[in-house]
Design a binder for this molecule. Structure first.
Ligand SMILES: NC(=O)c1ccc[n+]([C@@H]2O[C@H](COP(=O)([O-])OP(=O)(O)OC[C@H]3O[C@@H](n4cnc5c(N)ncnc54)[C@H](OP(=O)(O)O)[C@@H]3O)[C@@H](O)[C@H]2O)c1
Length: 330
């Protein structure tokens, strides 16, 4: 079967290789074989190819791909909660979703609702769960309260916008370009501010001076300092991405004299430490939000797995209008 593999660390489009590897074989007791359907190219894939995703670089050679959706094609002895034909999240099988078939333990997996399109489902495990956890696990938001985020045009950003509204809160999003403002407002953002000079003052103006207790930072770099200045005393800036490279700057006087906290969120830790029933409860809830279109992640293009290099080059472009996904097995 075909799989995307890398045998050295480096820029994604250089080190990603489509290779032929032995098939997964039949499932043992408690296992299933999943035929992959689709998987998004998330920014974490680029970090993974570079050996910078998480605290430890993966062992080489490594299969690429962090999440996705597939259909069960064989069920091992003792697996009673799943059947051939069910679609499942491959997050439960660990990294390596860019291959045609995966042999995995069935623990924790559950059948996804049939009414949701495969491409949306392929993006359920990571970004919606990240947005939901960040909105719910740091601050108890009050009705009408504002949350602040950068990378407003990202998939996490769209989820934050829709979920903030669903939770009765409001969102103010920072974007990089003027022409991103109107489309984001049309998608449900309550306020949008373009990054640049006097950012904290312009954020304050956008929310009419209301105190902001929670900000999400996907970018790091100098913007962490701006978010730290935009939040109210006692507020939190949650760093969850390193799109600008990895080093953040903040003003120690905000931490010292205004009690601003710099926190972190990594879904991998949540996934590892949360019991299966609680994860399932959240994923079922998020799937229901996809069914009624409370959340809907924009898609710009799909590519077959054999065009993985073109897909990676496309995913690396700035100012996309949506996600790039790989589709497998037609
Ligand atoms: N901590 C976690 O557990 C977790 C989970 C999920 C995602 N994430 C992180 O969340 C972030 C967004 O992921 P995603 O999948 O939602 O992204 P995405 O849909 O692929 O979109 C990429 C976003 O990044 C923005 N961007 C790229 N480089 C940037 C830079 N140097 N400065 C400012 N903005 C930049 C783009 O802005 P333009 O539209 O202007 O190009 C776009 O909004 C990533 O950092 C990802 O690793 C973290």
């Amino acid at each position: 079967m075909k799989a995307v593999q890398f045998t050295r660390f480096g820029p994604a489009a250089e080190v990603a290789e489509l290779v032929e590897v032995p098939d997964s074989g039949p499932p043992g007791a408690g296992e299933v074989v999943i035929e992959m359907l689709a998987s998004p190219i998330n920014p974490s894939e680029f970090l993974s190819f570079e050996g910078r995703f998480g605290a430890k670089a993966p062992q080489l050679p490594a299969f690429a791909g962090g999440e996705g959706v597939g259909r069960i094609v064989a069920v091992g002895k003792g697996v009673l909660h799943l059947k051939v034909g069910d679609r499942v999240l491959t997050q439960y099988a660990g990294r390596g979703s860019w291959r045609e078939r995966i042999l995995a333990k069935a623990d924790g997996m559950f059948a996804l609702p049939e009414e949701i399109g495969t491409l949306q489902l392929a993006m359920l495990a990571v970004n919606p769960a990240t947005a939901w956890n960040m909105l719910n696990n740091f601050v108890a938001l009050k009705p009408g309260e504002w949350v602040l985020q950068n990378a407003g045009t990202s998939s996490v950003g769209y989820n934050v916008i829709r979920m903030a509204r669903y939770l009765g809160a409001r969102s103010v999003s920072v974007v990089r370009r003027n022409d991103q403002v109107e489309p984001l407002l049309a998608k449900g953002a309550d306020a949008v501010v373009v990054d640049g000079a006097d950012l904290p003052a312009r954020i304050a103006e956008a929310v009419d001076g209301a105190p902001i207790r929670l900000a999400f930072d996907a970018v790091a770099g100098t913007v962490t300092r701006h978010l730290g200045k935009a939040v109210a005393p006692g507020g939190s800036v949650v760093i969850y991405g390193i799109l600008s490279g990895g080093r953040s700057e903040f003003d120690a006087t905000d931490v010292l004299f205004r009690d601003v906290s710099i926190r972190g969120f990594w879904l991998t830790v949540w996934f590892r430490t949360t019991p299966h029933d609680q994860k399932q409860e959240l994923y079922r809830r998020l799937a229901a939000m996809m069914t009624d279109r409370t959340i809907e992640i924009p898609i710009e293009a799909t590519y077959p797995m054999r065009e993985v290099k073109q897909a990676l080059a496309h995913a690396a472009r700035p100012h996309r209008t949506g996600k790039i996904l790989l589709v497998m097995n037609n």
